[in-house]
Design a protein around this ligand. Sequence first.
Ligand SMILES: [Zn+2]
Length: 179
Amino acid sequence: MKTYKEIILEQIDFKKFYADYGFTLNSKNHKCCFHDDSNPSLSINEANGLFKCHACDKKGSIFDWYMLHHNVDFKEAIKQIADKYNIELPKSKSNKKQNSEKEELTAELIETCHKNLPEEIRTYLNNRGIPDQLINKYKLGWWNCYGKTWIVIPIKDKNGKHTLLKLRRNPMEENKNDN
Ligand SMILES: [Zn+2]
C-alpha cells in the first residue's frame, strides 16, 4: 500500500504548489524566502518538488516546505496539503486505535474465560501446583472452541499488553481419551 506521502507526491502539481507561495518554477534560482537573500540562491526542482537554498541550507520536500511555512508537524502537513489540493487519501484506522480496540476485546475475552473456569479445573490446577492466587492473577480461563474445551493461559508482553492466548486441552477430556 502506498503511503500518504507517495500518494500526494504522485498527484500534486509542484508548479501550482509553489505558485501559491509566489514562486514561478523555471530553471533559474529564486530569492530565498527563508533568509534575507540578495542573490537568488534557492533552487526548486520542477520534476520532484525538492527545494534547496545554497546560502542558508534550507532544503527538503514540499512537506518540509509546508512545515517551515506553516509551523505544523509532518502529519498535519500531509493532512492540510491533501485538503488544500483536493487529494483524496484512503481512510484507515490508525494503528494505535486498532491496537487499543484489539486489546480491549482480548481483555474482555480473558475476563469471560476466567469467569467460566470450572471448579473442577481450578482444583485440577491447584493439584498441579498452581494456587488460586496465581490462577486469579494471571486470569487463567476456560474456553469452548474447535469443538473442544480448553484451558486459556493469557500471555503478556513486556509492556503488560496481552499478546496471545495459549490454549491447553482440557485435562479431563485428555484423560477420557487415554482410557
Ligand atoms: Zn535561504
